[in-house]
Design a protein around this ligand. Sequence first.
Ligand SMILES: Nc1ncnc2c1ncn2[C@@H]1O[C@H](COP(=O)(O)OP(=O)(O)OP(=O)(O)O)[C@@H](O)[C@H]1O
Ligand SMILES: [Mg+2]
Length: 259
Amino acid sequence: MRRVIFNQKGGVGKSTIVCNLAAINASENLRTLVIDLDPQGNSSQYLLGKQASDLKPNVADFFETALSFSFRPTPVSTFIHPTPFENLDVMPSHPDLDTLHGKLESRYKIYKLRDALNELDEYDAIYIDTPPALNFYTRSALIAVERCLIPFDCDDFSRRALYTLLDNVKEIQQDHNAGLEVEGIVINQFQPRASLPLQLVEELISEGLPVLESRLSTSVKIRESHQYAKPMIHFDPRHKLAHEFVALHRELIGAGAAG
Ligand SMILES: Nc1ncnc2c1ncn2[C@@H]1O[C@H](COP(=O)(O)OP(=O)(O)OP(=O)(O)O)[C@@H](O)[C@H]1O
Ligand SMILES: [Mg+2]
């Protein structure tokens, strides 16, 4: 199963959710890959620590190969590196993604990622982290996957953006990827004791949006887990948030195929 975690709003928990779900998946003996398409490289750093910066070859090198013709294309596995966690690999990000963006877009390399992933059959699951924008990289990812998971942070301002986001996904589905499905909206940084977020979530559900049952609460532990470059299941497996990530993973698997 390939999935992208996407919301064009920044700071809603995309990278945190990608790495925690991928780490749980890998811990269940499933070969798992994270692809970091965000030039900020937060997922790469979360999984690899300081060594993530300037790791080569990376996802920018992968896209670079799309711009030059070769009789013998470089296999996509070349750009993948192991993480310290068993069964978990990463195609790390690089800031060069920013400079490559315009060239890739103007030369219409939007199917490059999908075609490369079609050749990669050693993974049970692929999780793609995206930048907070609907740009070439997020479109490439939405074209390359079967599932799209949308984190939402209970902010009233981002509610309208949710409808635009769902329209954008539908358009990509119609024009490029009939197999694409929104697997759900996951509420992150949920505060069950505050009445406003609760009301907002109830409204989304009554409007027919596919809100998942699993909620992720707010905890400062997540910052520590980033700092130590260890997803929650390894950093503090008994923590409430670690359990919530496991429940979310289970809900997603229950709704679809392995991984
Ligand atoms: N459940 C949570 N509890 C507390 N803090 C959280 C939680 N989820 C995310 N955060 C914090 O919110 C910030 C944004 O998280 P993250 O980087 O995962 O979001 P993002 O959507 O990937 O951001 P960007 O759009 O910039 O890539 C981080 O500082 C992270 O520590
Ligand atoms: Mg991020």
